[in-house]
Write a protein that binds this ligand. Structure first.
Ligand code: SF4
Length: 491
């Protein structure tokens, strides 16, 4: 049995035992059993534990207080499990909340002011793309298809090389370990004409980075070699047949084969150079009619990714889009797809090859409900306040997050006029911390939603049980060395 599964069973049994002892109505005096899970060694697959039992005599009146305490601790353990799971953002966006962000989290719960440094910065290098996927770029000939508007009245832009350099330097000044994600909202980062220089600069500054791509433009040994320095390279594939690829992504014949070839070459280079780069292949779940082979393409892609040497097969839901309700998946379709994903998990998920649905079935069903904003529970955009979601667009706007093709909390500054260090502590940015995303935002990305909801949960729970934060701090908070990497955020 995998250690994480073992731990989960152990935790459940422990809670059941604790509840039995604590809540038995026949006893006037009983014992509370405290379970202490202590993160001892961490990696992306599992964590080991130390267990300690203590017994304390408590009165009948304290039972509900302890029941609440146990429930909140169990809820925290569920969050903790995700923080150590295979999701590519676990290490860069979730775990920092129990490391160098912990003192800021405590300040938030105590109502003290704080200014968190950036830990994660997304850079969208350009608008041009070699594909025009149905669920992404809005084809000017068919406005019903794409979800994201592409500029028609001006040429598509790349962020100039010098501006990217300046941005990287500023991010480094604010936090030497800021993780950079190169990606795009309508554009493919692999098409940037100065990609090599940008990757070299990132490595020179020692900034960890991830790279999201459709994989076609990586047909260059000089780029692939540089990508062996990345923490992860994420290939959005979303289909497994040439037919789906050509029809739905507006790809040309041979593109699918090219992507698979590039993945294989990268996997070989990673082995050759002893690199730790993880290859992630993802599928954004679409209505069944999207695929030429129906949902069997989920299994086909899972097998193909494993074959070419990927480490993780990631599946996430296409969210409901208020502008295109007709494109939304039916509930039965979601259930059917999740049945297949479940089977794939049982068959393939292992330490060497993770099969990871980003959302649970219930979360996936929530994603197709209008209004999707109902699933945002955070009263403020905590994820931005904690420096975990800022996104630089190809137009050099510092956006709240990567979802700016829809309604979000908007632009915090212009990187062509001011540098990131100045924007970070500017009143324009700080003012947006007062906005309520539940009234404004259409949808958070999965990782931002998770972090936002976790922080809101922590805030609410700390109010209900004053032992929760000290318990988390004692057993789960790693005062990481990265704390000393943080720079003062004033200009
Ligand atoms: S969509 Fe989510 S992450 Fe983006 S600004 Fe709104 S609350 Fe923040």
């Amino acid at each position: 049995m995998k250690s994480s599964t073992f731990l989960q069973h152990l935790w459940t049994v422990t809670l059941a035992t604790a509840l039995f002892f604590n809540l038995s109505p026949r006893k006037s005096q009983t014992h509370i059993v405290t379970f202490v899970a202590h993160g001892a060694s961490f990696n992306n697959q599992a964590f080991s534990c130390e267990l300690k039992w203590t017994t304390t005599s408590i009165s009948k009146q304290d039972r509900s207080r302890f029941a609440l305490r146990i429930r909140l601790r169990q809820e925290f353990m569920n969050y903790f499990k995700v923080m150590h799971g295979p999701y590519r953002y676990a290490a860069s966006k979730f775990l920092p909340l129990l490391q160098d962000k912990w003192s800021d989290l405590k300040a938030l719960t105590e109502g003290r002011d704080f200014l968190s440094s950036p830990s994660f910065l997304e850079i969208h290098l350009g608008e041009p793309c070699n594909f025009a996927c149905d669920y992404c770029r809005q084809d000017p000939r068919n406005r019903n298809m794409g979800l994201r508007v592409i500029p028609l009245a001006r040429p598509e832009m790349f962020m100039p090389r010098q501006r990217v350099f300046k941005l990287l330097e500023s991010a480094h000044r604010l936090n030497t370990r800021t993780e950079i994600r190169y990606s795009g909202i309508i554009g493919e980062p692999g098409l940037h004409p100065d990609l090599i220089e940008i990757l070299d600069k990132t490595v020179e500054l020692g900034l960890p980075f991830g790279f999201t791509t459709n994989g076609v433009p990586l047909d260059r040994p000089d780029v692939l070699r540089r990508l062996t320095k990345a923490a992860w390279v994420h290939f959005s594939m979303d289909g497994a047949t040439e037919e789906t690829y050509m029809k739905r992504k507006h790809a040309t014949k041979g593109d699918l084969e090219k992507v698979l070839r590039n993945e294989r070459k990268l996997a070989d280079l990673i082995l050759e150079t002893n690199s730790k780069t993880r290859i992630i292949v993802s599928l954004l779940l679409q209505p069944k009619s999207y695929y030429s082979q129906g949902f069997s393409e989920i299994g086909m892609l899972c097998g193909m990714a494993r074959e070419v040497g990927a480490d993780t097969f990631e599946i996430k839901m296409q969210h409901y889009d208020p502008r295109h309700p007709e494109r939304v998946m039916a509930r039965e379709e979601v259930r059917e797809a999740y049945g297949i994903i479940d089977e794939l998990g049982k068959r393939y998920d292992s330490r060497d090859y993770r099969v990871y649905p980003v959302q649970s079935l219930q979360e996936a069903l929530d994603k197709i409900q209008p209004p999707v904003a109902g699933i945002i529970k955070a009263k403020r955009c905590w994820v931005n306040r904690f420096g975990l979601s800022s996104t630089a667009s190809p137009l050099s706007e510092l956006q709240h997050c990567c979802q700016y093709a829809m309604h979000t909390l908007g632009i915090q500054g212009n990187l062509a006029r001011n540098d990131l260090v100045a924007i970070w502590s500017s009143s324009d940015r700080l003012r947006t911390f007062e906005f309520d995303p539940r009234r404004i935002c259409d949808v958070c990305s999965p990782s931002d939603l998770w972090a936002n909801n976790f922080i809101q949960w922590l805030l609410d729970s700390a109010d209900k049980d004053n032992t929760l934060l000290p318990w988390i701090e004692q057993h789960f908070v790693k005062r990481d060395l990265s704390e000393k990497n943080l720079r003062p955020v004033s200009t």
